[in-house]
Design a protein around this ligand. Structure first.
Ligand code: IPM
Ligand code: MG
Length: 369
């Protein structure tokens, strides 16, 4: 019997609609092969939602996401909606809002090298050889969601007592938030190479000292079999490009995870290849790690592979379809091994007839399934 899963599609802005179409193509191909069907509803998020409804996360979108078995998001944002005015809506509020509302506190960002693309990295081949790491980013706390304010300071202050604008953001964590993300990291490590690197700034920040204490307690009490090391975030940024292959699971707070995951993506040299999963206790959300690339939107040249690989993660984490997920990864690997490239991952020696657009890349992966 064919099982039917309900998927809420959030194409968003920029290249979003183009790449999500390829994700759906691959879903249908993998479903036909592995005995599953995927029904889909579509909703607005980000800039397109601001244009249509005045808010980046309309209530109907949230309701559609909650009613689904999983959410597949493409990307949000673009210059059209860029503003520093605190009163104006921003596309990113849609993304942050849905993460918070769905309680998606765990963000998994795997970083792996496809051997056909090893030459795309700016790092030396011997440095990236064997890189296979997973960033576990806390996603609903910390600086992103702390109290913040911007105001005009009548009293003045500072060295010369000047009056002017003031603003602050707060970095706050509660014990349970650190405990649960630590557990996710240890669990992930058990399925991998059994090593967790906890990244903090415990030499400066109180939240980091608490973070470190809690991660160590959870590790000692519940995961004594998993190796645990601490790394200060500035050092982690350096070690990631110095000896990336040494890392297995990196766990860290929201903002550090945001920054380190972009850095880690560059190890592979192809941000267009990296997927992510955001998990909580209910419906989960899957999205590429890259943005909406407004500069190439609508031209049919965007790389759909990160979106396709987020479908892979969806099958693995939400639908327990590990075989189907492996199948997608195999298909993508084969397509790359045959030399097919989108513009962003083409190399100096890529023949012109191997450079394909978004839809053709999706077709190739579907054919290989
Ligand atoms: C990411 C993005 C988002 C974040 C932005 C778009 C709000 O950079 O998913 O890493 O900062 O979390
Ligand atoms: Mg980011």
């Amino acid at each position: 019997m064919t099982r039917t899963y309900r998927i809420c599609l959030l194409p968003g802005d920029g290249i979003g609609p183009e790449i999500i179409a390829e994700g759906c193509k691959v879903l249908d191909a993998v479903g036909a092969k592995h005995g599953a069907a995927f029904s889909r509803t579509e909703a607005l998020i980000g800039g397109c939602a601001i244009d249509a409804c005045g808010t980046a996360l309309p209530d109907e979108t949230l309701a559609a996401a909650k009613a689904a078995d999983a959410v597949l998001l493409a990307a949000v944002g673009g210059p059209k909606w860029d503003t520093t005015d605190p009163e104006k809506p921003r596309p990113e509020q849609g993304l942050l809002g849905i993460r918070k509302e769905l309680g998606l506190y765990t963000n998994l960002r795997p970083v792996q090298i496809f051997s056909a693309l090893a030459g795309a990295s700016t790092l030396k081949p011997e440095v990236i050889d064997g890189v296979d790491l997973m960033i576990v980013r806390e996603l609903t706390g910390g600086l992103y969601f702390g109290r913040r304010e911007r105001f005009y300071d009548e009293e003045g202050g500072g060295a010369n007592g000047a009056r002017g604008q003031r603003a602050y953001d707060t970095l706050e964590y509660r014990e349970y938030e650190v405990e649960r993300i630590a557990r996710q990291a240890f669990e992930a490590a058990r399925k991998r190479r059994n090593k967790v690197t906890s990244v903090d700034k415990a030499n400066v920040l109180e939240t980091s000292r608490m973070w470190r204490e809690i991660v160590h307690r959870v590790g000692a009490e519940e995961f004594p079999d998993v190796e645990l090391e601490d790394l200060l975030v500035d050092n982690a940024a350096m070690q990631l490009v110095n000896r990336p292959a040494d890392f297995d699971v990196l766990v860290t707070e929201n903002m550090f995870g945001d920054i380190l995951s972009d850095e880690a993506a560059q190890i592979t040299g192809s941000l267009g290849m990296l997927a992510s999963a955001s998990l909580g206790d209910g419906v989960a959300l899957y999205e590429p790690s890259h943005g909406s690339a407004p500069d190439i939107a609508g031209r049919g040249i965007a790389n759909p592979l990160a979106q396709i690989l987020s479908v892979e993660m969806m099958l693995r984490y939400s639908f327990d379809m590990a075989d189907a997920a492996d199948d997608i990864r195999r298909a993508v690997t084969e397509v790359l091994d045959e030399g097919w490239r989108t513009g962003d991952i083409k190399q100096a020696d890529t023949p012109a007839d191997k450079v394909v657009g978004t839809a053709r890349m999706g077709d190739l992966v579907a054919e290989h399934l």
